[in-house]
Design a protein around this ligand. Structure first.
Ligand code: ZN
Length: 305
């Protein structure tokens, strides 16, 4: 095993009603969180308990990770904010309330570049102000990433992005991805899959495993719940042999609660294997890769050395 290489461990902190099935996408039940809360008055916290459990698991193994946080989470989830404030985990930006910025079909922007810049700038500032530490990383909500975001992120002072998922099943970017590595590379604003030595923005791409000429996703979250540790250990080790790589999870992956609205039949398997099963698996994965897991910031720093 190549143990010197690292896995950027990232946790996307968002609640069930932020997911693109429920709000913030053209296929969502509600246009945005505001419309959701007009209809669903009350408290729908599915993530405080699981985020605290996640933090305990990380503490137990002495692992620091990166938390990609929504501005909306900062406003509504005080306990999560307090815990993270008193931790040494990295804080990174996941936008304001998880509105996806590209149309999944046409790949055209759903928002003007100017409005997108304002949203990302404000959520970065809110995080820096709340957590009193610099925020250098961005992950696009739903991982929908447009070429036009590269320049925007550079302008807003980000050092890295971690949104690009390259696999044989979907492409959530607005260009053809010819070939993306499983390790960090410098993002080219004209072609997201090619490395540009002059770029100031580093991409920490989502990992994948190439088997029989098919690239299977290794990013984490849903695929982790679906495919489990045996596949992920094999796949992560294979990525580690090539260089540093990335893994991600959501706190709601560890919750046993079921989403309270029933008509999300378009994704019948979306909530498979949540809860204790995933928590126990994840603890084992943390132990297996204890020396490899680290923050995105450290992986970024290693890539620019
Ligand atoms: Zn997200």
């Amino acid at each position: 095993m190549t143990l010197e290489n690292k896995i950027a461990l990232s946790i996307d902190v968002e609640d069930w009603y932020h997911t693109p099935l429920v709000t913030g996408s053209p296929f969502a039940k509600y246009k945005n969180t505001q419309q959701f809360f007009e209809k669903w008055k009350g408290d729908y916290d599915m993530i405080t308990t699981s985020t605290l459990r996640l933090l305990d698991l990380l503490d137990k193994q002495g692992i620091t990770a990166t938390f990609f946080i929504l501005g909306d989470v900062v406003k509504r989830y005080k306990e999560i904010v307090e815990k993270l404030k008193n931790s040494s985990h990295e804080i990174a930006c996941h936008g304001q309330d998880h509105q996806i910025a590209l149309d999944p079909n046409s790949k055209k922007p759903l928002i003007s570049v100017k409005d997108w810049m304002v949203e990302v700038k404000n959520s970065k500032a809110l995080l820096e102000d709340t957590f009193q530490r610099p925020v250098i990383g961005y992950r696009a909500p739903g991982a929908y990433f447009g070429k036009w975001m590269v320049q925007g992120l550079e302008t807003l002072g980000f050092s890295y992005d971690s949104s690009i998922a390259y696999n044989s099943f979907y492409n959530k970017t607005d260009c053809k991805l010819a070939s993306v590595p499983t390790f960090p590379y410098r993002l080219n604003r004209d072609d997201l899959s090619s490395d540009n030595p002059n770029s100031n923005l580093v991409e920490l791409p989502w990992s994948y495993l190439k088997l029989f000429n098919i690239r299977f996703p290794v990013g984490g979250a849903f695929f982790y719940r679906l495919l489990g540790n045996r596949y992920f250990k094999f796949a992560l080790n294979s990525c580690l042999r090539k260089g540093d790589t990335m893994f991600y999870l959501h706190p709601y992956d560890l919750t046993a609660e079921k989403i309270p609205i029933g008509n999300l039949r378009s994704r019948p398997f979306f909530w498979i294997n949540q809860g204790k099963t995933t928590e126990m698996r994840f603890e084992k994965l943390l132990i297996s890769f204890k020396d490899s897991f680290t923050t995105c910031e450290e992986v970024y720093n290693r890539s620019v050395k």
